[in-house]
Design a protein around this ligand. Structure first.
Ligand code: SF4
Length: 401
């Protein structure tokens, strides 16, 4: 499948589904039972503050399931209803949340395994099976493979992600290199890069500064290619491929950093080519941080201004947007813990959490103050159901029961 005739750029085939199956009302009861919480509903109604046993919980104004995740999970439930007799697969994970993924497994949905080299093992999928693509999308290579299997595809890719894809396709058509602010191994960035033609992935402002210095001063090509080995298109040549650039982003990156990176590249291209020629050398990313990410980050920025003793950030350990929420607490100097659910708490006063700088979770004893009133800030990533947040709060209250 080429970029021109992929399902994202042409009229979809009959076996390609990008909407639900009109069963939203049917699955809503189950979705509410699995993911909604009376406790969180009460908290929301009470101004997001609740005190129990000397522990005050302050919930961020915006947190939890976003529109795109809600839509993707609902489509997965509808798919199971719509194809009751077919084998249904999900490529890897529908979203980055262990509870949701486990529920889907319990419903009989199979998960396509990822090989050590990052490729998907599609060998068990048979003709007529149904494959659900996740909210963060799939690469063109994966779609090409699936295309050979004669299966039904249910594509839950969030429209915010598709917006970024449209942007990088536009860059490619105009012979601009896409500079993508994202994590090179994150599924969304992999999917975006697969549509980009020539691309370079920068993960941080520091990466962007390094590239901009190269654009202005030049440098050793081998050093460049070594530093960005996991984030460039095949055959990338920094001396030829950074003359016309357009910036794009993974939708869940830290908004302030994406903006800074965009401005830095614009300034660099003005310095190099002059303001009169900027349009020939630079295309702005526009506003492609999704609303949900922005709302959750803004709410977190507001919450950390309040008096808090510690902060709990709840979401899958591989959830990028959850990690960025914790970054805000970390920068504010607050003791903060990224946990993926209630199982991270206890037994006793112990927490298993993922530090910002680590890929692995680790345990910390006596994380919770043992006496006195405590104020706990709480937020959750866009793929975390309310029910998970409620289960975490129940366990926190028990610490002082
Ligand atoms: S975080 Fe944003 S881009 Fe990702 S699924 Fe939610 S709404 Fe879509």
């Amino acid at each position: 499948m080429t970029k021109e005739n992929s399902p994202h750029n042409s009229k979809p085939a009959a076996n390609y589904h990008r909407k639900g199956f009109g069963l939203k009302d049917v699955v809503d009861v189950e979705l509410k039972k699995d993911y909604d919480s009376d406790l969180i509903a009460r908290l929301r109604a009470g101004g997001n503050v609740l005190t129990v046993n000397g522990i005050t919980i302050k919930l961020a104004e915006a947190f939890g399931f976003c529109w795109g995740v809600d839509r993707a999970v609902s489509m997965a439930y509808e798919t199971k209803q719509h194809f009751p007799d077919r084998r249904v697969w999900i490529t890897n994970e529908i979203i980055h949340n262990p509870v949701v993924n486990q529920n889907l497994k319990d419903m009989g949905i199979d998960f396509i395994q990822t090989r050590p080299d990052g490729s998907k093992d599609i060998s068990p999928i048979g003709a007529g099976d149904v494959v659900i693509l996740p909210a963060f999308g799939a690469s063109l290579e994966e779609l090409t493979l699936l295309d050979t299997l004669n299966c039904e595809i249910v594509d839950t890719t969030c429209p915010w992600v598709s917006r970024v894809w449209n942007r990088v396709v536009k860059y490619d058509k105009s012979d601009f290199t896409a500079v993508i602010h994202g994590k090179p191994k994150h599924e969304e960035t992999v999917a975006t890069a697969s549509r980009a033609g020539t691309y370079l992935i920068v993960q941080s402002f520091e990466d962007a500064e390094w590239v901009c210095r190269y654009i202005i001063d030049g440098g050793r090509k081998s050093e460049f290619l070594k530093r960005f080995a996991s984030g460039v298109s095949p055959g990338f040549d920094p001396d030829c491929d950074l003359i016309r650039i357009g910036v794009a982003n993974q939708t869940t990156m830290f908004k302030g950093e994406t903006e800074q990176i965009g401005k830095l590249f614009e300034k660099t291209m003005i310095t190099k080519y002059g303001p009169a020629k900027i349009d020939e050398h630079f295309l702005s990313p526009g506003d492609t941080i999704c609303d949900a990410t922005q709302e959750r980050q803004d709410a977190m920025l507001k919450l950390v201004e309040e008096k808090l003793d510690l902060m709990l950030v709840i979401g899958g350990f591989n959830s990028s947007n959850t990690g960025h929420l914790q970054e805000i607490a970390h920068k504010r100097g607050l003791p903060s813990y990224h946990i993926d659910g209630p199982d991270c708490l206890g037994p006793g006063n112990v927490i298993r959490h993922k530090p910002l700088e680590s890929d692995q979770s680790q345990s910390k004893e006596l994380f919770f103050p043992q006496s006195g009133d405590v104020i706990v800030g709480v937020t959750s990533g866009a793929s975390t159901p309310d029910q998970v947040v409620a289960d975490v709060l129940e366990k926190i209250f028990v610490l002082r029961a």
